[in-house]
Design a protein around this ligand. Structure first.
Ligand code: F6R
Length: 615
């Protein structure tokens, strides 16, 4: 996820783009850049860091004159955040310049072809490949920029929102989208481009939101012409009048970043397996795993180190790795692991999981494991973060920035990456049959749509939240794959509503927590059809006979739990190992609504920081 802004019109472009980038910083903040056309040439300045760093540098480096320009705030996907990888990117001739939000999956093969044709590359980005592909098409086919963009995009696999201009045609900007948002603001003889409407809301309320597979040629003198990228057909522009204010736009119309991030999970999970899960070939492609396959296959065991929600994702992974790949797994709190003189050998593989990639305890655990000769693999969200750099290899979750302090989409995308790794290893080790392997891939591909379906419970979950918002304690129970989900559900409730909550393996209830149960205790029980269902139903009966209030998370069409529970929230059916990706959704929503009803600061709960960089 990155933020893109552009302007073409009669005003100075720089202040509009700079302010726009500041507003889009919630979409990405590891580097920023602006390219302006000053009437003769393109002037470009970019830097690692925040938009403020760019502002300080740009004003010293280049003239800020010009009525045409594009700007970018980056959330790295290919290539670490540094000055060179920052956008905008020039084509080899220096005539074209581009900004891009998204991932070009087949960039490596395109790059090889372009290198054969004499192109050179300064950065590690997929975006520089795209702009040179456009340049190559433009030259070879002798076409205008718009046509060249269209032909190039038809060769691209992946997701994008792009804006491109040519210094020889400074009256137009070409934009296109597939899978990443792009809005065009329509003013009086001026046009604005942005990832959302926040950069141009004070200039115009009229906007066109491009649909997937559409491109637009925006001409200073002739306005906006929209075409389908695939078949070149013209699309009549649909101009909307914006009703939202600035803050609502940044949060995508959601009241809080947390809710936005909960709702982003279908697309975040899709982005996580995009280009990695190749369903037609039944292949999982992850460079970090392939390049180190021997280390994984020869591992005596896998040790997972993490904190908080990431630790819960690690617990889910323990079930997945042991079940599918038959590799022994230990899951450790990084803070305990680093201080207890653990036995680590060169035959161990350590997987460190961290959304921020900056958690001090996880970082220290990695350093310790490395010092003992273990191979350390990172699963991080923030590209170029300390943990991503400290590990020997890794896989990013590609969830996009998570702003709400309570982790939501990081959790489900971590589980997605870990599932991909486990399946890949299982295939390599031969611990999974080819039909089961295929079945797993198919089920994983269906998950984004099933998460969407699970989100439909939102209104109903809100009614449950209203009933229980004033209680002082909650219990969460789950078995097998859903035991870590119970822990995660309890953590979500604690951290944003400040209600005391405990997660337990359902069968552990008899060994102590059952003493807490009376008619005032709500108990969330995850009781999906696959995996120990009958046993969980017995646990529910035990709760019922002690008058506890039961909120069941069940598989669609469930009958047994429905008869026993006070409330049931349905999630779609899937295979057992993927059920945490669905059962966690209503628990995120429940904690969100309770916290909101209690008037708590959902996005910034008291005492908590998004990245815990101290031990
Ligand atoms: C919970 C939460 C924390 C983090 C933990 C680890 O919602 O956000 O428990 O999961 O601090 O952070 P990362 O994943 O950045 O290492």
């Amino acid at each position: 996820m990155c933020g893109i802004v552009g302007y073409i019109g009669h005003r100075e472009a720089y202040p509009i783009i700079l302010k726009g980038l500041k507003r889009l910083e919630y979409r990405g903040y590891d580097s920023a850049g602006i390219a302006l056309y000053d009437g003769a040439d393109i002037k470009l300045s970019k830097t690692k860091g925040k938009v403020l760093d760019l502002e300080a540098r740009l004003e010293k480096e280049i003239s800020t004159k010009g009525t045409l320009g594009i700007g970018h705030t980056r959330w790295a996907t290919h290539g670490v955040p540094n000055d060179v990888n920052s956008h905008p990117h020039y084509s080899n001739s220096g005539d074209l310049v581009i900004i891009h939000n998204g991932i070009i999956e087949n960039y490596e093969s395109l790059k090889k072809e372009l290198i054969k044709r004499g192109y050179t590359f300064k950065s590690d980005t997929d975006t520089e490949v795209l702009i040179n592909l456009i340049e190559d098409v433009k030259k070879n086919e002798n076409t205008k920029l718009g046509k060249a963009v269209q032909i190039a995009l038809n060769q691209v696999i992946g997701a994008y929102a792009i804006a491109v201009f040519d210094k020889n045609k400074p009256n137009e900007i070409v934009v296109a989208r597939l899978g990443s948002p792009l809005a065009i603001g329509i003013g009086e003889d001026e046009f604005f481009i942005a990832s959302d409407a926040s950069p141009f809301i004070e200039y115009t309320k009229n906007a066109i939101y491009l649909e997937d597979e559409e491109m637009a040629i925006i001409r200073r003198d002739k306005g906006v012409k929209i075409r389908k990228i695939k078949d070149d057909s013209l699309v009549a522009p649909y101009i909307q009048e914006l009703q939202l204010n600035l803050e609502q736009i940044e949060k995508g119309g959601y009241e809080h970043f947390m809710l936005k991030e909960i709702y982003e999970q279908p697309s975040a999970i899709l982005d996580t397996f995009r280009g990695r899960l190749l369903i037609n070939e039944a292949i999982i492609k992850m460079a970090g795993v392939e390049d180190n396959m021997k280390r994984f296959l020869n591992a005596d065991r896998i040790i997972i180190v993490a904190c908080g929600t990431s630790w819960h994702a690690g617990l889910v992974a323990e079930y997945i790795f042991e079940d599918l790949a038959r590799i022994p797994v230990e899951v450790e709190y990084a803070s305990e692991f680093r201080y207890r003189n653990p036995i680590i050998t060169e035959n161990d593989v350590v997987i460190a999981i961290s959304q921020s990639g900056e958690t001090a305890d996880t970082l220290a655990a990695i350093k310790l494991a490395k010092s003992k000769g273990a191979f350390v693999f990172g699963v991080c969200n923030v590209v170029g973060s300390s943990i991503a750099r400290e590990t020997h290899a890794g896989a990013y979750t590609h969830a996009g920035p998570e702003i709400g302090v309570a982790s939501t989409k990081a959790f489900t995308t971590q589980i997605t990456v870990l599932t991909l790794i486990a399946l890949r290893l299982a295939r390599a080790k031969g611990t999974i049959s080819s039909s089961d392997y295929r079945h797993n891939l198919i089920e994983l591909e269906l998950i984004p749509d099933k998460v969407k379906k699970a989100l439909e419970s939102d209104e109903y979950v809100k009614t449950i939240a209203a009933i229980y918002k004033d209680v002082h304690n909650f219990l969460y129970l789950g078995r097998g794959y859903n035991f870590p989900v119970a822990l995660e559900g309890a953590l979500k409730l604690k951290e944003i509503s400040y209600i005391h909550a405990e997660g337990y393996p359902a069968a552990e209830m008899k060994h102590g927590p059952i003493a807490l149960i009376d008619e005032n205790m709500p108990i969330v029980v995850i009781a999906t059809k696959k995996g120990h269902y009958e046993k969980v139903v017995s646990n529910i009966q035990e709760i019922k006979s002690r008058k506890g209030k039961i909120i069941g998370i069940v598989t669609e069409g469930d009958i047994q739990v429905k008869e026993l529970a006070d409330h049931v929230i349905e999630v779609p059916e899937t295979i057992e190992s993927l059920s945490p990706l669905l059962t966690t959704i209503p628990l995120q929503l429940l904690s969100y609504h309770i916290a909101l009803m209690l008037g708590k600061n959902v996005d910034q709960p008291r005492n908590l920081a998004k990245a815990v960089t101290v031990e």
